[in-house]
Ligand binder design. Structure first.
Ligand SMILES: [Zn+2]
Ligand SMILES: [Zn+2]
Length: 176
């Protein structure tokens, strides 16, 4: 299963936001600006703490959607699409070939993130790929892992967690 680039980007951004809660790292406009740049939200520069607060406030909802079982995810997706009055249309801009936009670029960023996450999750639901979203396998980490690898081999949210677990396994073998 190959996912469209905008599906990968939307879910990658949503996972990063959900994982920024514990410990809380989305604490300034500078961090939010870096998030926009990293995930290609071009033409949007966060200006107000109200915008920062609004993006912070959707994180529990993203977390809930990204970790939901398939049927629950469907209800959450449908609620977001209805509430935001999403209207999918095909667009082509900058270097990107035809892809779907379901919300206008001038809407507040937290609404765009919600809709783009919901639209991307549609692909996961329809293709039965929900298991590509799971919790990090590190013992002391509850962050979400987005596994888009071909052989579904990704177990950790970050190389930090992967390294820590490898070290723990190494120590456990030595002390046997
Ligand atoms: Zn676009
Ligand atoms: Zn982790």
């Amino acid at each position: 299963m190959i996912f469209a680039p905008d599906v990968a980007a939307a879910l990658g951004a949503a996972v990063e936001l959900a994982n920024s809660q514990e410990p809380d790292t989305l604490t300034s406009l500078g961090v939010l600006r870096a998030f926009y740049v990293d995930w290609g939200y071009t033409g949007s520069r966060p200006r107000t703490t109200a915008e920062l607060e609004a993006v912070r406030a959707i994180r529990p909802r993203l977390q809930q959607l990204l970790t939901a079982d398939r049927d629950t995810a469907v209800s959450l997706i449908n609620i977001i699409l209805a509430e935001q009055q999403a209207v999918p249309r095909l667009v082509r801009h900058d270097q990107f070939d035809w892809h779907i936009h379901a919300i206008s670029d001038d809407r507040p960023m937290h609404e765009r993130v919600l809709v783009e996450t919901a639209m991307a999750m549609i692909d996961f639901v329809r293709s039965g790929e929900m298991s590509r979203l799971r919790l990090c396998a590190a013992r002391d980490c509850d962050d979400i892992v987005l596994d888009l690898s071909r052989n579904r081999s990704r177990r950790f949210c970050s190389t930090t967690c992967g390294n820590r677990e490898a070290q723990a396994a190494f120590r456990a073998r030595r002390s046997r």
